[in-house]
Design a protein around this ligand. Structure first.
Ligand code: NAI
Ligand code: MG
Length: 352
């Protein structure tokens, strides 16, 4: 996959912020680091910065995302984020550091390729808008005569829809099938999803685009039937572009098609910064057992490199990971194997 040029691969060193955060983030980010270190002369000298964030940090210090983390990360060339254990209830003073980081660094796109190694029928990428929709987190609770009433604001802007749409068309242009499917629910939410749909559809006709996307086919699908078709005939999709919440749900659903959330990588991308992040969460059910699948985090490191234009290094990682999956001898339990995280990392390193 090619990206719009973020930077050229001519640096003498590459500064990477590492934010393992919570749960298995602390197990899979070191795995990604080891893989990057093993690439040797394919990359400039690597400089890692260990950075703090997360719910555990919040419970200890009262801050989930210290200013220092934002400052240092902003000064790096790129970053890798693990996962955060956000509680399902409201906790006074706490707000998700990953949602905040995406906003602070204006990482407006979450790009999530989902590719099957064994059944070659799934090869799609979910392009999720990363800054608005219901994730603006403007929720209110009022007490009424008939009980409590909760409301949330859903923000969709033309600006954010246009730039995520442009990102989706650019990605599609670099892929063999060149198709963008707009995911929406504008049959019900005609104002918010209507604006998203209409704005993304209009991207090829923007001033300055002048025919650039003529070879890209545009399709659209209502989100609920998109999930149905994703399970029935995943091969029909190439690039799926969606508002924040639909994109989040669709990519977890698509992960089920390729075997495990532990395989699906992503990058949070803006015009001047990229942060790799496995799609999965902090997986408290398996935390600390040494059995977390490190492949999503390792693939996220590859995707980060691709974004920085280190295509050869990224290819080496992806080829090694695909080999390990196809071979099927060294796999973590989520893929039906018996191996530990470290053993999978070793298997990838042997194949690099
Ligand atoms: P989850 O993705 O953490 O786990 C879902 C299921 O998949 C679990 O059974 C887990 O064991 C399994 N799984 C996930 N990643 C795996 C891996 N690498 N290897 C093996 N198995 C894996 O989602 P869940 O359980 O809904 O959320 C747990 C916590 O993670 C919550 O606090 C949630 O807020 C947080 N979360 C954070 C995200 C982030 O940091 N971006 C994204 C999603 C959830
Ligand atoms: Mg998710």
């Amino acid at each position: 996959m090619a990206f719009r040029s973020l930077a050229t691969a001519t640096r003498s060193s590459l500064r990477i912020g590492l934010i393992p955060a919570d749960g298995i983030g602390r197990e899979v980010i070191p795995a990604a680091r080891r893989t990057l270190e093993a690439l040797g002369s394919d990359l400039p000298k690597l400089e890692f910065h260990d950075l703090l964030a997360g719910f555990d940090l919040f419970t200890k210090t009262g801050a989930a995302l210290p200013n220092e983390t934002i400052d240092i990360e902003g000064g790096c060339d790129a970053a890798l984020f693990g996962a955060v254990s956000s509680p399902s209830r409201k906790v006074a003073g706490y707000s998700s550091p990953i949602v905040a980081l995406r906003k602070e660094l204006d990482l407006y796109a979450n790009i999530r390729p989902v590719v099957s190694v064994e059944k070659p029928s799934v090869d799609l990428v979910v392009v999720r808008e990363n800054t608005e929709c219901l994730y603006v987190k403007q929720e209110t609770l009022t007490h009424t005569d008939s009980g409590r009433e909760a409301r949330a604001t859903r923000l969709i802007t033309e600006r954010a829809s246009r730039r995520i749409g442009t990102m989706a068309f650019e990605l599609a242009l670099a892929r063999p099938r060149k198709q963008v499917t707009i995911i929406h629910k504008s049959n019900v939410l005609s104002v918010t999803d209507g604006l998203f749909r209409e704005t993304v559809r209009a991207v090829p006709r923007l001033p300055g685009v002048s025919g650039r996307f003529d070879s890209v086919a545009i399709a659209e699908q209502i989100v609920d039937s998109a999930v149905y078709r994703l399970f029935r005939e995943p091969e029909i999709y190439d690039v799926m572009v969606a508002p924040n919440l639909y994109g989040d749900i669709l990519s977890d659903a698509a992960a089920a098609l390729v075997g495990s959330l532990g395989l699906v990588p992503s990058v949070n991308a803006g015009d001047s910064f990229v942060m790799g992040e496995p799609v999965h969460g902090s997986a408290p059910d398996i935390e600390g057992q040494g059995i977390a699948n490190p492949l999503a985090a390792i693939r996220s490191a590859a995707l980060m490199l691709r974004h920085l234009k280190y295509e050869d290094a990224a290819d080496r990682i992806d080829t090694a990971v695909n080999h390990v999956i196809r071979e099927g001898r060294v796999l973590t339990p989520d893929l039906g194997g018996k191996s530990k995280t470290d053993e999978v990392v070793e298997a990838v390193l042997r194949r690099l």
